[in-house]
Write a protein that binds this ligand. Structure first.
Ligand SMILES: *Cc1c(COP(=O)(O)O)cnc(C)c1O
Length: 356
């Protein structure tokens, strides 16, 4: 680490650790003892502090609440078999953090501050990192505008915060997904590539409607024609067709996932042909019908590798091969788990140890 920042640490007087049921961890509902907070004003980041997790005072006029100048990241830390704790590829998230900030007219956060905030916080709450398979500490860094001003202009002040919490699997089953042909998550020239809060607010109604129709998730399509596959909910999507791994090429409507990059890197290492390109809905449905698609899954930090079992489109249901028998995605999941829990050597330098 090149630059050390001065973090003031106030520890909790009463840890909630002993009251936490680590055998029952629904995603995103349990939070660790501490949180990180920093302020931006007068053109610089300051007041780096770690505090007990809890309420923060904000004014009702802050522009994040009215105009959505807010975005986030999602990262996971794992407990290795030797007891060490490591964060998976946080530098990639730090880079994306700044791409989101730039699109929303928010200040850059130097990568050193980002990494130091994560490692100091996670190291302090290391006993919160679960050791169980498919469990991890979810890390949620975020930034929001704090000027109490009802004008649609970029705020001059911001908060950067990090909260964490132990999590189990995000999806408990194989997915039945619907190809969305009415609503859009993102549009050309918009900010789908940013992890902007507003992108997710807008996805809730389409998701709710799909769940009322019996689906677990949506496959988003392009906003112009609804003819091309873009993402799977809040994950990137991949198919294995005729032995080639295909995934939509990234563009301004698609989030450039870290897991996406991890999976493509592993596939290339295994000499599996990889194609990043436009993929039409028609190509996928035809591929399923003809038995040419042997695997289909979502990839994301929260979702990890999420098998797609069935795809619905215009009232028709298409069934994919039995997820339990899929060679590629199951090998991926096992390889990834071995890497992240420190059971195999990390030749890529993807594990970022917190107590370096
Ligand atoms: C977070 C997210 C992903 C997955 O990105 P990772 O970096 O792999 O976690 C994909 N799509 C959307 C819309 C997301 O919000």
């Amino acid at each position: 680490m090149s630059q050390k920042i001065n973090i003031s640490i106030t520890k909790t007087s009463k840890s909630r650790l002993a009251d936490t049921d680590f055998d029952n961890l629904p995603f995103g509902k349990t939070f660790s003892d501490h949180m990180f907070m920093a302020d931006y004003s007068d053109g610089e980041w300051k007041n780096f502090q770690i505090l007990p997790y809890g309420e923060i005072g904000i004014l009702p006029a802050i522009s994040a609440l009215h105009y959505g100048q807010a975005f986030f990241e999602g990262i996971k830390a794992y407990k290795h078999v030797d007891g060490k704790v490591s964060i998976f590829r946080p530098d990639k998230n730090g880079e994306r953090f700044n791409r989101s900030a730039e699109r929303l007219c928010m200040p850059e956060l130097p990568l050193e501050i980002f990494l130091e905030s994560l490692s100091t916080l996670v190291n302090l709450d290391r006993d919160w990192v679960p050791a169980k398979e498919n469990h991890s500490l979810y890390i949620r860094p975020f930034m929001f505008a704090t000027d109490p001003f009802l004008g649609v202009t970029p705020s001059a002040s911001y908060k950067y915060m990090v909260i964490t919490g132990p999590v189990g699997p995000y999806f408990s089953k194989n997915l039945k997904v619907k190809i969305e042909t009415n609503y859009s998550r993102a549009c050309d020239g918009g900010f789908g590539f940013a992890k902007a809060a507003g992108n997710y607010g807008g996805s809730m109604l389409p998701n709710l409607k799909a769940s009322q129709e019996g689906f677990d998730q949506l496959i988003w399509t392009d906003s112009r024609e609804h003819a091309y596959i873009e993402e799977l909910g809040a994950a990137n999507v991949m198919f294995l067709m005729d032995g080639t791994l295909i995934t939509p090429s990234t563009r301004d409507t698609i989030l450039k996932g870290v897991t996406r990059d991890t999976v493509l890197t592993l596939a290339k290492k295994w000499n599996v042909p990889v194609e990043e390109r436009r993929i039409s809905v028609e190509e996928v449905l035809k591929g399923i019908k003809e038995g040419r698609i042997s695997d289909a899954f979502g990839v994301g930090t929260a979702a990890t590798i999420a098998h797609i079992a069935e795809i619905g489109h215009n009232g028709e249901l298409y069934t994919l091969p039995d997820p339990a028998k899929r060679e590629f995605s199951n090998k991926l999941l096992n390889t990834l788990n071995d890497l992240r829990y420190g059971r195999s050597s990390d030749g890529f330098g993807w594990n970022y140890l917190v107590n370096r």
